[in-house]
Design a protein around this ligand. Structure first.
Ligand SMILES: C[S@@+](CC[C@H](N)C(=O)[O-])C[C@H]1O[C@@H](n2cnc3c(N)ncnc32)[C@H](O)[C@@H]1O
Length: 172
């Protein structure tokens, strides 16, 4: 699964030399084993990183959060547990399908990060966890994140490798 997980080392951008449909297809193929592989290869650390991101964003009950490139929705769970209304969005239908089988109560939405199917200013917070490196046109994705975040809201990116992880938050 090199390049597909949230833990990857030397290959830091799975989308290098890959078209968006190839990236989506790659995740379709690893979807069933994606979460387990992350847990095993990161020794469970990936779930702690995702909790840290949600804590840093500080989403409150009933706030609307968009979790972009959400995959199976594992990165959405800490937001849901904080009481936020979180929308997991991804363009890999395979990842969304597996997520829906595991947590059918989350409002999974198919969408491309570079052309989001949402109106302007609708979310209190927008995050992309361990996913921006997989997006081919990162500038377009960041512009879209800004567009759908309400004024005063928060947008954030999180990344992680075997050697460390970091996140960056921006207030709109
Ligand atoms: C490494 S996974 C991260 C999944 C999840 N956020 C997590 O923390 O486990 C990266 C995800 O980015 C998605 N992705 C890549 N490019 C995308 C795009 N342009 N639009 C939507 N999703 C995209 C892939 O389909 C994949 O599910």
């Amino acid at each position: 699964m090199t390049g597909a997980g949230c833990h990857n080392g030397p290959v830091t951008r799975a989308s290098l030399n890959k078209q968006p449909h190839e990236v989506a297809s790659m995740f379709d193929h690893v979807a069933e084993r994606y979460d387990l592989t992350n847990d095993v290869l990161s020794l469970g650390q990936d779930r702690i990183w995702r909790k840290e991101v949600a804590r840093a964003v500080g989403a409150r009950p009933a706030e609307k959060v968009l979790d972009l490139a959400a995959g199976t929705g594992t990165s959405s769970l800490p937001f849901a547990r904080a009481g936020a209304y979180v929308v997991p969005c991804d363009f890999s239908l395979g990842m969304l399908r597996v997520g829906k089988q595991r947590r059918n109560w989350l409002p999974y939405t198919a969408g491309d990060a570079t052309r989001l199917p949402f109106k302007d200013d609708v979310f209190d917070a927008v995050t992309i966890s361990f996913g921006l490196r997989n997006v081919q046109d990162t500038d377009a994705a960041l512009r879209e994140m800004h567009r759908v975040t309400r004024p005063g809201g928060t947008s954030g990116t999180a990344r992680g490798t075997f050697s460390g992880r970091s996140h960056r938050l921006t207030r709109r």
